[in-house]
Design a protein around this ligand. Sequence first.
Ligand SMILES: Nc1ncnc2c1ncn2[C@@H]1O[C@H](COP(=O)(O)OP(=O)(O)OP(=O)(O)O)[C@@H](O)[C@H]1O
Length: 832
Amino acid sequence: MQTESYLVGQIQAVFYENPANFYKVLLVKILETNTAFDENEIVVTGTFGQIQEEEQYRFVGRFVTHAKYGKQFQSERYQQEKPTSASGVIAYLSSDKFPGIGKKTAGNIVAALGEDAIETIINDPESLAGIKGLNNQKRTLLLERLRENYGMEKIVVGLSQYGFSNQLAFAIYQVYKADTLDIVEENPYQLVEDIDGIGFKKADSLAEQLGIAADSPKRIRAAILHEVLHTALTTGDTYLEAKELLETALNTLEKSRPVEIHPDSVAQEIISLAEEGAIIQEGTRLYEKTLYFSEWGISSSIQRLLARKKEIFYADEDIEKSLRLIEKRFGIVYGNSQREAIKEALKSPLFILTGGPGTGKTTVINGIVSVFAELNGLSLDIADYTQDVFPISLAAPTGRAAKRMNETTGLPASTIHRLLGLTGREKDVLGETRELDGGLLIVDEMSMVDTWLANTLFKAVPTNMQVILVGDKDQLPSVGPGQVFTDLLAVADIPTCELTEIYRQEDGSSIIPLAHNIRNGQIPEDLLVNQADRSFIRCSAGQVASVVQQIVSRAKEKGFTAQDMQVLAPMYRGIAGIDALNQLMQEILNSNEDGRRKEVQWLDKTYRIGDKVLHLVNSPETNVFNGDIGEITGITLAKDTEDKIDELTLLFDDTEITYKRNEWQKITLAYCCSIHKAQGSEFKMVILPMLKQYSRMLQRKLLYTGVTRSKELLILIGEPEAFAAAIANQSINRRTGLVEKIVHPDRLSAETLEQMDQLNRKQKEAAVSAFDEPPSAAESAERPSDAKQGSLFSDDIPSQEPKEYRLTAALVHAGTIDPLIGMNGASPYDFA
Ligand SMILES: Nc1ncnc2c1ncn2[C@@H]1O[C@H](COP(=O)(O)OP(=O)(O)OP(=O)(O)O)[C@@H](O)[C@H]1O
């Protein structure tokens, strides 16, 4: 193992400090180092709390050479080397950080309390009593500042002793403030839930240092809670079978520390957590809490909306009349199913429209909007709504999809997050949002909406608003857990219409018929035959890179820009993986041949102005979303920025944002991206490799989604057998409990309702209004409640057996579980 470079030194001066992020530039006199550096002084940079001049610190990090300032030491971690000296404390307390305290009073403090004065004051504020020169006001101020500054430093130093980098330590401090060390030391696993960037493994290694035993219930519970959410996020299922949770938690525990854990202990903690309601049991299924309540929340909202089903919104003849008018105005004749869809949508409180590409979904949306406006005597000119809210809300899950909706309808459209006023950082996914305004809501690309967002969205819909959900049921499900669109389509009570007739075929497109073949599971005879807008280049895995290189170079010569063409690959690694293809395409489309262009390194990537980049997370506050594609428009090197951190300026559609180096994990190169990430986006030209080695990813929905991203040109490359395998492999649906909850709203127990109530009063009102009256406690006592229904491991054992026996039986079975169980369907994340 490489030894870490360190240096111990005395602070000569603080050259620069940025109070916003604790970045500092220090001049340090070197007293000791394990490096070959032989000068007396060095500039040390990094993220530090309160640094006292004259004091000694130990810095761990590495030497770097700055273009302008030469050799510097970049500190990863630091700690105060020596106990504070009397003169150091006096200098510190009399500094301008403590207004009103001069050298004399500071001297009095040290005289009374000694060199450990700071520690003593923080631990026992009463120790300041009677010290000359300190009135009450000064005492309070001194204490406050010390807690703020010295307290933070102590905490950050404390955390760095556990191996946290300063940056992470500050992130932790920002969340817990003065309670940081107490929380970390009491329950390090809490960090997994509260701090981005800390997973179970990291928290577990900290717990090990703190002496938390491998078989401690605290540790086991943390692993279970982690797995119940983590598995939902990776498989997309909203629940796990109890046996699977046992298996996967056991696996996580034993992978993190090589200590065998008795499955019995895990089973016992699963049962306790379920009894306490920290995870929710439904038969033998176990849910992460917010997913369970979100499913019930959606169910309640749907009941609430459907309660108006018998209401007559508009008379048939009025709709017909308006439809004829609109047909005349637009010079269009709606097909029969399109007509029916428009009529049914306007007559229903909730309606679902689905269909493949080119079947007229947008045409029907426009029809619905126009007839709705006609029937209600509304203007569709946004200029007429300077005072009032526009009465129709159009929304989509991503910025790109919302923009497309705006372009195709000519009406204002926004992301769902914007519509709901969400920042995307909400910790409480069941929390309140504002209620929507207006009479009609149309949501496009609904297949991309996950269980959490669907719950929040439906909850915000007032009962008198008609809702129309539009999507393509054959596309990939949402990135987050659930498959709300597919599930809602399976509920017989919700009026739906599937458009099947292809209207765009007339323009000679062969991509759309191909897409329809794929969704029907048919391998078209002309798959390998080149068409005007589609071609197939047969090649092996080893040839993919060179084929992509040729296609991209040729397309570039023909005037295609980087934004026009998109390579969609299913996997990240390997010679035909996303990372390798990105590098290759960057060299063709945005190279730095003469080495004169400004560029910055980030891990294994290089960024230059003009690079096509992909946004990897949702940032509703800047209206940029996971999957949005933009361009680098500016690079400002550290030496030219105020806080000495490199910056990238990025343009996503009309939004320009600047990210400092510590935020660059939010983006990546986008010349090639995964099909999952391309959901909701369309491109002029799509290059789509498929290889047998992608085996796990060869699925119909994935290929279908990839193919339908292409608007004008589609180039399939790879092995025909891989395409055939993908078409033949009908994707497995995710496991959710949503349909059952919608179909059997009566199963919502008083207990669940009570818990939902605690989480959200408003949600309860919605749930209650769905029924004539809430189930009484007596009723729910008769009915087995969700949390106590059946035995967790009831598959294995007769329920009348004593508990001990049941657990033992569960253990016997646990060892036989296929570890791949639960990994059904495509992973919503791009695991490769
Ligand atoms: N009844 C119709 N008569 C004539 N043309 C139609 C009709 N319906 C749709 N079209 C045309 O067919 C094409 C596809 O329709 P539209 O864009 O509405 O489909 P879509 O399902 O939204 O497609 P995609 O999902 O690919 O965007 C459009 O050019 C549209 O004008």
